[in-house]
Design a protein around this ligand. Sequence first.
Ligand code: GLY
Length: 555
Amino acid sequence: MKRLAVFFTALLFGAAAAAAPLKPSHNAVASAQPFATRAGMQVLQEGGNAFDAAVAVSAALAVVEPYSSGLGGGGFWLLHVAKPDRNIFIDGREYAPAAATPTMYQDKQGNVIPGASLNGPLSAAIPGEPAALVYLNRKYGRLSLAQDLAPAIRLAREGFPLDPLFHSMIATRVNKLKRWPAAAAVFLPHGRVPPTGYLLKQPDLARTLELLAKQGDAGFYQGRLAKEMVDAVRANGGIWSLADLRDYRVKARQPLVGEYHGMKIISAPPSSSGGIVLIEALNILSGYDLADDSGLMQKHLIIEAMRYAYRDRADYLGDPDFVKMPIARLLSPYYAAGLRVSILPDQATPSRDLAPVTAMAPESRHTTHISILDKEGNRVAATFTVNFRFGSGFMPPHTGVILNDEMDDFVSKPGVPNGFGLVGNAANAIAPHKRPLSSMTPTFLETRHGLAILGTPGGSRIISMVLLGALDYFNGGDAKSIVSIPRYHMQYLPDVVFYEPGAFTPDEITGLVKMGYTLRQVHPYGNMQAITWDYKTGKVTAASDPRDIGTAEVR
Ligand code: GLY
């Protein structure tokens, strides 16, 4: 293991800003669903830019992948505007209703009520995606909102054949969906799970999208639709008010910027934990020359970097509009150097020797990511969600919109793990109009030779997946390689390394166990979408995760 003087890394390598490249040769879109990828390509061919395409793909996913994201949810849209050259982060994360309290999911004895933050209208925060799409279109798009939403409206009105994945998503959530008549009417026609190939039409959702297209924000957050949502939520145990909807705004934030051996990382700031954990882990790894290390040593160091960075997530992070966070310290190379000192070359660090507590939930299929590059060099990396599969399961009648269960991303009680097994403390406690801490990590990577656009769903594992993707890109991987490489994950507690088949060689498994690691093989996970652009050759590559049904197109 070779230790480099991390303090000087930034000085030695400088920022990764490359010589201004020519424009990309092609447009590229990667998303988790073929109809959504096509919607993005269609809008680009009609003269739209990457931001129009992002609106079109996001809205189409609300129709064809509503178990992952939708108008009832929220997320993050990381943008690179080619001219003038700048990065912007649109925080369209949901916020808590004004009537929310820190103990709203606890019983009188102070125990967390199982499932209360995960099911039904009480688990739903105020959606951010509709406002984000309007903002994205109005501020950065070239086409009208109606043009950007047209493919999604058509998919909702005319229907599309149910794919095997959608079929299985409904099949695993029958109990959640059948509790709520409007959701059951759409996803369980005649009370049954529709077969693969069934033409799924969503006329209410088409009308909601049309209202958004015609009236912008007001179509969703005010007027008839808002009243229908609030009435339905309140009639079923929720606490939304009309003012909660009316007052919702997206936040335009500065993305976080870090560096790894000269590669620039542009990623999600709070209210996501993604960028901080990613950059902190890469800062720790910057002090090593992984290329000189054995496979076993590389894995050991990467797992330790994950452990330390995830630990800080639990301790410090929350909504930046509500909590003060030591972001500068967490992202400082000196801080990383301090952490590195306690990483032993031949032993796993016991997580119990560090601090707070978490447990790990099984991987759940939810959340979605899109990556887009247009021929002008504009880019979008966006990750958005309704949280767990089909969110809260609740659909206010006549809206076609499944509401999220994003309130579960708050801390219901300090030390008690959420649905992802993550714990936290006061920094992520529930408060009126506060945004719950996320792990979503839409990211750009820039080197002297090119760039990558990447991200994935996967709950708490999102950040470790993006970390492995970033290291693969640094080592020369193209989009296909970035989305395909076998994955492993450590989130500090439980003190277990989860790994996909093939992530470690038999010798590495023996070596890691000898060092003191507890390893657990898990099913393949994640659904990464990536695009790369090589400045020198002009080549654009795009790929959708082979673990799933998504598609990527370069045209
Ligand atoms: N709802 C999952 C996340 O935002 O991390």
